[in-house]
Design a protein around this ligand. Sequence first.
Ligand SMILES: [Fe+2]
Ligand SMILES: [Fe+2]
Length: 276
Amino acid sequence: MRILFLGDVIGRAGREAAAAALPRLREALRIDMAVINGENASHGFGLAPDMAEALFAAGADAITLGNHAWDRKELMGYIANQPRLVRPLNFPPGTPGAGSAVVTLRDGRKALVVNAMGRLFMDAMDCPFRASAELLAKYRMGGPQTGGNVAAILVDFHAEATSEKMAYGHSFDGQVSLVVGTHTHCPSADHQVLPGGTAFQSDAGMCGDYDSVIGMAKEGAASRFWRKMPGERLAPADGEVTVCGTFVETDDATGLARRIEPIRQGGRLSQAMPKV
Ligand SMILES: [Fe+2]
Ligand SMILES: [Fe+2]
């Protein structure tokens, strides 16, 4: 299976670039499953239902979220009827939506998409490690011959600290196809297939303008560090977007990864495109 994951989509420029890139990358890389993180799609804060619909229409099989999940309050009602929109698994019980989804792909294969959130330098949450272990105990990758109930498992681990992300990747190595980090908005160069066969990258990067402070206009964002005054306005940077993500190829018999390659297209960052 060929999997495409795109990192946090920032504002209108990020949405437009991601919506244009999704069909193009699906075609060029012959993608079977595409997942995108939408937590910053609405002016940097949250995701509105019409924006989610546009990303699904552009070719996303699932959308993941993060700490900005509820910045657009309308999403709480929408998520109850849209199972392919996945919020962090380790929100407290009673939170709307679900932390995972079994997605049926265009060719009929099924894949599990999970979103979990780290706790280091983040808001207090239930334990993402225990919540993930409990969920993953219900799934096995591979075909019916090997007792599998999903062809692949993708986890978007939304966290600030690289240490927590690497610890998470190693904890579930061999149980899932891909653990990819989001939230820092900067693509990391540590993409690798871990010894047990799980593809890992501690951060996919964002779909946003990199002449910015993690996607937000640099002047307002920098002044927050110089002065501790209220009311410094944050708005998404609106220069050319780099679409950042990850490409993974898995073995259908096991669900485990054969390769992981970074994607960086457009904008200011050095360009990267997998060869297929
Ligand atoms: Fe983000
Ligand atoms: Fe985030």
